[in-house]
Design a protein around this ligand. Structure first.
Ligand SMILES: *Cc1c(COP(=O)(O)O)cnc(C)c1O
Length: 330
């Protein structure tokens, strides 16, 4: 494997803690639950994008770029972390966000502004329209003599996913050091980079661990197709002699509710339960739905009481403040 040969710039505080969650496990009458705290990666309030950005911006620097453009929803954690990382490394950040412009910037959008990113909000749900805007911007910048580096939605391509291949190796060494056999990993999955890296990592290390992605928006088939595509590129990138099996991929879309970005009652409950048992804060867009998924799987007796399940906390807490209305009743 060739992870070490890829250009990389240190941005995240690694390793992130692997914490036991005994009060949550008891409350749910579930397996041993562990929380992998990737909400503590640092970089403007943390989250999973820090690991991807180490490799993506390593590539941007290697290519001599000076502007970084990325895309996301109005409350994109990825856009916020890209803006911060770009500033830290001396790139100029541009974020193209799709959705409704709010009356007052809150959460991630507020932070985009504080980092001085150039923010373009486009009122569309159509990825092709967004991609067109990004292409036009990049073309204009090149014409002006700049060197833009375009990062896809969620930082999810093989380069970004390399961060989560490394993350799997990190978890494995933490688990080994504490004598814990990990049986399953549960995490929020949307643009697929996180799941691609973790899944490839488990296969590479032949660890027999199930990586269970809980979609925060797209249908199962959409997430699965994205993950398979990224995994296919990732194995080439790191020079692995192994090919993914579509039947091995586990993605649930049963916890999305109405759509991406709209918290379900189960998501809000999951946030309160984890806050009140473990003092750990989840978010209403991704990790709350992923935890609702873990709770649903426990209720279906998917795990035995002696198993070790790692809930991978991918961050996202700034969005809590953009969803304040949902929490007014405590
Ligand atoms: C982006 C994001 C995810 C989803 O990760 P993907 O790699 O895009 O599938 C999960 N949780 C949070 C908090 C995120 O910001």
């Amino acid at each position: 494997m060739q992870l070490g040969n890829l250009p990389r710039i240190k941005l995240a505080h690694l390793p992130t803690p692997l914490e036991e969650a005994p009060r949550l496990s008891d409350y749910l009458h579930g397996p041993h639950i562990w929380i992998k705290r990737d909400d503590l990666t640092g970089l403007a309030l943390g989250g999973n994008k820090a690991r991807k950005l180490e490799f993506l911006l390593g590539q941007a620097r290697q290519q001599g770029c000076d502007v970084v453009i990325t895309v996301g929803a109005v409350q994109s954690n990825h856009a916020r972390m890209t803006a911060a990382a770009a500033r830290r490394l001396g790139f100029e950040p541009i974020v193209v966000l799709n959705g409704e412009p709010p009356d007052q910037a809150q959460g991630n959008l507020l932070l985009d502004r504080i980092f001085g990113a150039e923010v373009r909000i486009i009122q569309t749900d159509d990825d092709y329209i967004v991609a067109g805007v990004v292409e036009d911007l990049a073309r204009q910048l090149r014409r002006d003599g700049r060197k833009p580096f375009v990062i896809p939605r969620g930082g999810s391509n093989a380069t970004g996913a390399a961060g989560y291949l490394g993350a799997w190796l990190e978890l494995l060494s933490q688990a080994n050091a504490s004598g814990v056999r990990v049986d399953a990993v549960v995490h929020a999955s949307t643009s697929g980079g996180t799941q691609s890296g973790l899944y490839t990592g488990t296969k590479l290390t032949d660890s027999g661990v199930q990586v269970i992605g809980i979609s925060a928006g797209p249908r199962r088939e959409v997430v699965t197709t994205r993950v398979l595509g990224i995994v296919g590129e990732l194995v080439e990138l790191v020079d692995l002699r192994w090919r993914p099996h579509p039947d091995d991929l586990i993605v649930y879309d049963d916890y999305v509710g109405e759509r991406y970005g709209v918290p379900t009652p189960e998501c809000l409950d999951a946030i309160r339960i984890v806050a009140r048992t473990e003092g750990v804060l989840l978010d209403p867009v991704y990790t709350g739905k992923a935890m609702a998924g873990l709770m649903g799987l426990i209720a279906q007796e998917r795990f035995t009481p002696d198993q070790n399940v790692v809930f991978w906390h991918t961050g996202g807490q700034p969005a809590v403040f953009a969803h304040a209305a949902a929490f007014q009743e405590g």
